[in-house]
Write a protein that binds this ligand. Structure first.
Ligand code: HEC
Length: 138
């Protein structure tokens, strides 16, 4: 088994348990907001977009697609049982957020969404953010 696959499987099983915990009726899900300072973070790939999209696409398929789906629409096989469901990354609501806010959410995680600062380097997280932009609904 590839290391990436193992990590995802491990996270999905951990996430499942945590998801069940968060589904307690009293754990009402509030809207997930990144702190304002995250908006000031600068994407270091702003002038190397193509390079970042290429690298980010690979990372996305390995680490994110299982929950968010191959095209980021929130319809990955491991996401079906989660509550809340994995976000539709192509949506206006997600795409309207700053690169920094998305970077922060990917880094910190919430509920079933893993904290990728423990899994991906800073550069890799920015590459994924840059790739996510290419998924926006036209
Ligand atoms: C184990 C399943 C899982 C994996 C793997 C996963 N996510 Fe998520 N993701 C979620 C869930 C569930 C949410 C919704 C969390 C919430 O709202 O509490 C989420 C939310 C998000 C959000 C926030 C969207 C918003 O509403 O603002 C972003 C951005 C995101 N994921 C990106 C990623 C990226 C990029 C990866 C890969 C590096 C990834 N996710 C991997 C399950 C996952």
């Amino acid at each position: 088994m590839k290391k990436g696959t193992f990590t995802v499987l491990l996270l999905v099983s951990l996430g499942g348990g945590l998801g069940a915990y968060l589904q307690r009726p009293e754990a009402v899900q509030s809207k997930w907001k990144a702190p304002a300072w995250a908006d000031t973070l600068k994407n270091p790939y702003a002038d190397r977009v193509e390079e970042a999209i290429k690298a980010g696409a690979k990372i996305f398929q390995q680490q994110c697609a299982v929950c968010h789906g191959n095209k980021g629409r929130g319809d990955g096989p491991a996401g079906m049982a989660l509550n809340p469901r994995p976000a539709d990354l192509t949506s206006k609501e997600v795409q309207a957020q700053s690169d920094g806010a998305l970077f922060w959410k990917i880094s910190e995680g919430r509920g079933a969404m893993p904290a990728f600062k423990a899994i991906l380097s800073e550069a890799e997280r920015w590459q994924v953010v840059t790739y996510m932009r290419s998924l926006a609904r036209k």
